[in-house]
Ligand binder design. Structure first.
Ligand SMILES: [Cu+2]
Length: 466
């Protein structure tokens, strides 16, 4: 009896790590495994590309999570180097923000990390590596994060349009080195191959006469892309996840800076058999990006024309109180053809050449290159902060605030009212853009350029909310 008991016990002990692993996996709402993978980025007739991926695909799996309810996503790192996951645009608890070396330790190869968080606002977000992101994102470590509305939105198709700008060689593999300082001093790692949803010129099949919600996400490292929709009249219903109170036509093209999102409402023509091409138009000749294929029978004789306004998010209650706001300036300097002669880095002054050659930094905020040990500002929770971003460089910068959304309240010293909520704002060369936000989320939050080589080379600071 004793012996049998003993054997039984040892058997159970031997199994226990496996069992524990299985029960942990079952417990997680989603498991994201980061690992090398291949992806048919260039279409079925071209060689598959070696990438790094979440869940084995590019983009990674689309995570749909409920609004206002806790979720548990486990990251398993099967890469040969550390990684982490940032939940871009989510007003998240600080410890779950996923910035390796800042809000958490890097997740080492073979290790896991449990992300447990609640997303307060519905909308279109994305997740991506925040460890050596200029390389890890460029290799494909990202996916779409959808926070669902409380009640489904009345559309016939809910589709995504994830645009990436890859640099490919002649064999269909990722070309060149990552994190090159010369490129970082210019526009960053610009690509030569456009994918949408991890494919080349994919066909998006929809019913004729249908109403489509198209969740557009730019996951590019550096390129500001622009998309035109000839023959269609897309209307922007949300930006960076947040609903617009007044939907707006895209105009000639939808501009998406790195990390920005736009939800478009598109009412398709009622003529089956039609193919409508989406073009990327940011440089010279338009490039075919994707095509809508309209299949029959038509859902409606005539496309819908009434507007669709998404339900307001809890964020909309956090209107900045400008009368009591604290104001800071953010002077953006450096890069090629700029006026930055020297900057402080880790407490010492360096001329720009030494900074570039020895320290790998070419950009500065308020005279400091790289992430400073002290925050740009420390805010009491609940107070309003305005940041006047002054772009004294020859380059565009897509400035991203972690943990908060903000509104532009001034552009080149002129007041702006009713601007949309954003988490990433494109600041053009020579422009001054003042943003405002209520600092309602305690913790330390990065504020950085999302042109990932710019961030690598010095364009990052942080704020503290006490
Ligand atoms: Cu930048």
């Amino acid at each position: 009896m004793l012996r049998r008991h003993f054997l039984g016990l040892s058997g159970a002990l031997a199994l226990s790590p496996l069992l524990a692993g299985a029960s942990r996996a079952a417990e997680a709402d989603h498991v994201l495994k980061a690992a090398p993978a291949t992806a048919r980025l260039m279409g079925p007739d071209k060689p598959a590309t070696a990438v790094w991926a979440f869940g084995g695909s590019n983009p990674g799996p689309t995570l749909r999570i409920p609004k206002g309810k806790p979720v548990y996503v486990r990251l398993d790192n099967a890469l040969a180097e550390p990684t982490s996951v940032h939940w871009h645009g989510i007003r998240i608890a600080n410890a779950m923000d996923g910035v390796s070396g800042f809000t958490q330790a890097p997740v080492k190869p073979g290790e896991s990390f449990d992300y447990r968080f609640t997303a307060p606002d519905a909308g279109t977000y994305w997740y991506h590596s925040h460890h050596r992101s200029w390389e890890q994102v460029a290799r494909g470590l990202y996916g779409v994060l959808i926070v669902e509305e409380d009640t489904p939105v009345a559309v016939d198709h809910d589709l995504q349009f994830v645009a990436d700008d890859w640099r490919m060689d002649d064999n269909g593999q990722l070309a060149g080195n990552f994190g090159m300082i010369g490129e970082a001093a210019h526009g960053g790692r610009l690509g030569n191959w456009l994918t949408v949803n991890g494919d080349t010129k994919p066909k998006l099949t929809v019913r004729a006469g249908s109403r489509v919600r198209l969740r557009c996400v730019s996951v590019a490292n550096a390129r500001v892309m622009a998309f035109s929709f000839p023959g269609l009249n897309p209307v922007i219903i949300a930006l960076d996840g947040q609903p617009l109170t007044t939907p707006e036509p895209i105009g000639t093209a939808l501009v998406l800076a790195p990390a920005q999102r736009a939800d478009l409402l598109i009412d398709m023509p009622s003529t089956p058999g039609t193919e409508l091409m989406v073009h990327e138009v940011s440089v010279g000749e338009p490039i075919d990006a994707a095509a809508f294929t309209l299949i029959g029978p038509a859902l409606r004789d005539k496309p819908l024309s009434e507007p669709l306004i998404l339900p307001a998010n809890p964020l909309s209650a956090f209107a900045p109180e400008l009368a009591q706001a604290e104001h800071v300036e953010l002077l953006m300097q450096g890069g090629a053809m700029g006026s930055l002669a020297e900057a402080r880095f880790e407490g010492k002054m360096f001329d720009l050449r030494t900074l570039a050659m020895e320290k790998g930094r070419v950009w500065a905020f308020n005279g400091v290159a790289g992430q400073p040990s002290d925050p740009l500002v420390t805010m009491q929770r609940g107070r309003t902060l305005t940041i006047n971003m002054i772009n004294d460089t020859r380059w565009s910068h897509a400035m991203h605030m972690h943990g908060h959304h903000f509104q532009v309240i001034e552009r080149n010293d002129k007041p702006v009212s009713g601007a949309p909520w954003r988490d990433t704002e494109l600041v053009e060369p020579g422009d001054k853009v003042r943003i405002a936000m209520v600092c309602d989320n305690p913790g330390k939050w990065l504020f950085h350029c999302h042109m990932l080589e710019h961030h690598m080379a010095g364009m990052g600071t942080w704020i503290s909310v006490a």
